[in-house]
Design a protein around this ligand. Structure first.
Ligand SMILES: NC(=O)c1ccc[n+]([C@@H]2O[C@H](COP(=O)([O-])OP(=O)(O)OC[C@H]3O[C@@H](n4cnc5c(N)ncnc54)[C@H](O)[C@@H]3O)[C@@H](O)[C@H]2O)c1
Ligand SMILES: [Zn+2]
Length: 362
């Protein structure tokens, strides 16, 4: 079992990582002096698979638990769900000193975290992430929120968790496609911050796709370290934190242009990383060997690296919409090599379109 600390002054918190890390939950609850009833938020997929294990750990502490089960899926990441959760919390008698647990993927973490941020003007919560995306990305850093139908993650709050418990055993039930999509974000961490993490991902494809938990531990822990260091330096995304958006400017456009149905987020990010690398190549930041090596790695994880029937116009339009929603210029995070990125907001439409066109042909 490993413990990392995210150092944010009085908002610092531990991340406990390992196979069976859930057994540390009572200790975390003790350190938070949790009393009375704990609110456990999960979804209809994860609750039946893993809810009991968490309830057992809570009861071991002599605490009561109010379980709130949300329908699974991105469409339920919306404001009405927050109202329902807060009503449940109130009826269960949760108060300012209570603790919420978020057991699930990024959707549950974002929703439960936002409910914790606004219930009684903010109560404490613990993340227990169950997808790779949640373990390496969404559970760390304190971004919480919900979507509007017009824009994703547009209502939210920065609300850091009081602890993160990453139990690798929870991944054993994760569908393979979700696993691969999550590993795209790990490969992203390698490209933006750590060439040796990228090499590890190249060298352990079979073990990671087989969900060998021992092999998964290093990239998950290293991803938390990388994200944690970026969050410590730039908690509210004034600059450096944008590095984590590598592949996402294109990726968000691809997700929106495909109606959020064809690709999982990580799959769209894989395509976005390919387009971003092509753009970096056309700007002279990396050579063709870089573009090809990154593409090959993503492809070995079964991630899409081409989209032959993509409409470049539709993706371009979606990127304009995204830009408007963020009130600014199109900002790109581009690689200069493995482990190093730069920010560019001076890229022309024709350069962006040319980068997208590289996704059309295999
Ligand atoms: N807050 C942040 O910083 C941040 C960062 C990245 C992503 N996100 C958000 O995270 C969300 C995506 O997260 P996600 O990819 O985890 O999706 P998700 O939460 O929708 O989970 C994916 C699917 O897997 C199921 N599932 C989860 N864990 C499982 C398990 N162990 N076994 C079986 N099934 C399981 C879920 O029920 C769901 O159907 C998006 O809403 C995105 O905006 C937030
Ligand atoms: Zn992402």
């Amino acid at each position: 079992m490993d413990t990392l600390t995210i150092n944010l002054g009085d908002r610092s918190y531990p991340i406990i990582i390992g196979e069976g890390a859930l057994c540390k939950l009572p200790e975390v609850l003790t350190s938070l002096q949790a009393k009375g009833t704990v609110g456990l938020v999960t979804d209809t997929n994860v609750g039946p698979l893993h809810g009991d294990k968490v309830v057992t750990q809570i009861r071991e502490k002599g605490l009561n638990v109010k379980v709130c089960v949300l329908p699974a899926g991105e469409p339920y990441k919306r404001l009405a769900v927050i109202e329902g959760l807060c009503e449940d919390f109130l009826l269960a008698g949760l108060d300012r000193s209570s603790v919420i647990l978020a057991l699930g993927g990024g959707v549950v973490g974002d929703v439960a975290g936002f409910a914790a941020a606004v219930y009684m003007r903010g109560i404490r919560f613990i993340q227990i992430p169950t997808t790779i995306v949640a373990q390496v990305d969404s559970s760390v850093g304190g971004k919480t929120g919900v979507n509007l139908s017009e824009a994703k993650n547009i209502i939210g709050a920065f609300h850091q968790p009081s602890g993160v418990v990453i139990d690798l055993c929870l991944l054993t039930t994760l569908p393979d496609r979700e696993l691969r999509a999550g590993l795209a974000e790990v490969i992203k961490h390698g490209v933006i911050a750590d060439a040796s993490l990228f090499e590890y991902m190249e060298d352990h494809v079979d073990a990671l796709l087989k969900k060998d938990l021992a092999a998964l531990t290093y990239p998950i822990r290293r991803s938390c370290e990388i994200k944690g260091a970026i969050v410590e330096a730039d908690e509210r995304e004034q600059g450096l934190r944008a590095n984590l958006n590598y592949g996402h400017t294109f990726g968000h456009g691809i997700e929106a242009a495909s109606g959020y149905e064809r690709f999982l987020h990580g799959e769209a990010v894989a395509l976005g990383m390919c387009a971003a690398a092509a753009l970096a190549n056309s700007l002279g930041l990396v050579d063709v060997a870089f573009v090809e090596r990154q593409r090959r790695c993503l492809q070995r994880y079964g991630l899409p690296t081409h989209w032959p029937d993509m409409s470049v116009d539709a993706v371009w339009e979606s990127m304009q919409h995204d830009k408007k929603a963020k009130a600014g210029k199109l900002k790109f995070v581009l690689p200069e090599g493995f482990g190093r990125v730069v920010h560019r907001s001076d890229v022309s439409e024709s350069e962006v379109r040319r980068a997208l066109e590289t996704l059309l042909t295999v």
